[in-house]
Design a protein around this ligand. Structure first.
Ligand code: TRP
Length: 343
């Protein structure tokens, strides 16, 4: 028992603030779900969570406007369908909250060209889109720093590919704080207890990706139950027969990770339960567990996506609350850098 629980006279500790964002770029996979969104749902019980659909980040690569609008709405509906609860946390669409763009400008004046040049994601993305190496792609991490710092976030759940960006956010915050006195909370990465990294079902040494040409390689959160079971039955494994988590068994390890993340069973328990049964039985079991787990998500999604009025009510309320919190930080920043107040 902590001292706070021991002594009711002590004011409860301030809940820590968590900020995270996800891009609205079409179908989400089982990898996005188990690696991120499922954790978001758990975290909202214990923390002050602020989640954003980051459509401003999305336009750093070319987007079809109608598709972006649709994907943004669907990403928001999907968050709710997965169990992100607008009564428990703040969820909003990035472009609805003007402070993000405004703080980005100020922070960009405290970020060095050299720092941004070293970002590996910038190097990768500019190699992938050589015909559109725009300045937004370059300053992407500054917008991400603004997202986080505006809310004085304590913790940021990010995948390995975003670690360097979070590190940069800390550098920018530290620099600003030492120039102008304490302004920003230093954000720490949040490493989930169950940090599932889900691999391709066809090439299990590669991360599961929705852009894979082979549709059997990934599960979309919205795949039908029959499709899910079929894809798992076709999952690539190895030439052995034993269901056990071991180096070199990438395919089985991946299936065990998926099964364990959903059921909560340990690898030992899974190995025991499937001892003497073949890979076929195990693949079917994983497929069924995933299909059942995602069934309500798909049903909720269908309901939400057809209720635009409700979605709008939710994201408007989210944006209003996000603006209120983030404006406090932006006002401080404007004052500290010497912008003449207009009141
Ligand atoms: N860049 C992140 C990604 O692509 C998304 C993101 C934008 C984000 N702003 C953020 C994540 C702030 C965490 C915190 O995954």
């Amino acid at each position: 028992m902590t001292t706070a629980e021991n002594n009711t006279a002590v004011a409860p500790e301030r809940k820590k603030v968590i900020f995270s964002g996800i891009q609205p770029t079409g179908v989400m996979t089982l990898g996005n779900y188990l690696g991120a969104i499922k954790n978001w749902v758990t975290l909202q019980e214990e923390y002050n969570c602020i989640y954003s659909i980051v459509n401003m980040h999305a336009i750093t690569v070319r987007q079809d406007p109608a598709a972006l609008r649709k994907n943004t709405m669907e990403a928001f509906a999907l968050l709710l369908a997965c169990g992100v609860d607008p009564e428990k946390c703040i969820c909003f669409i990035q472009s609805h909250v003007r402070t993000h763009a405004e703080l980005t400008w100020v922070l960009s004046c405290f970020t060095q060209f050299g720092e941004l040049s070293r970002m590996t994601q910038f190097k990768d993305k500019s190699a992938k889109h050589p015909d559109n190496i725009n300045v937004g792609l370059f300053t992407y991490p500054v917008l991400m720093a603004a997202d986080i710092l505006l809310y004085q976030a304590d913790l940021v759940p990010v995948g390995a590919d975003q670690k360097q960006h979070l590190e940069l956010s800390r550098d920018i915050a530290g620099r600003f704080n030492s120039l102008f006195s304490n302004t920003f909370k230093m954000p720490d990465p949040y490493i989930p207890k169950l940090g599932a990294r889900i691999m391709s079902l066809q090439e299990p040494d590669k991360k599961m990706s929705k852009s894979d040409e082979n549709v059997n390689a990934f599960i979309s959160i919205l795949d039908k139950p029959e499709t899910i079971v079929k894809k798992f039955k076709r999952a690539v494994t190895d030439s052995e027969t034993e269901v056990v988590f071991r180096e070199g068994k990438d395919g089985i390890n991946n299936l065990m990770t998926i099964y364990s993340t959903i059921t909560g069973d340990s690898y030992e328990k899974i190995a025991n339960d499937f001892a003497g049964k073949g890979y076929g039985d195990f693949k079917t079991a994983v497929g069924e567990v995933v299909a059942e787990h995602l069934r309500p998500v798909r049903e909720n999604f269908d309901r939400y996506v057809n209720d635009k009025a409700y979605l709008k009510e939710c994201y408007q309320k989210g944006a209003e609350r996000a603006l209120m919190i983030s404006s406090r930080t932006l006002e401080k920043v404007y004052k500290k850098v010497g912008f003449l107040p207009n009141k």
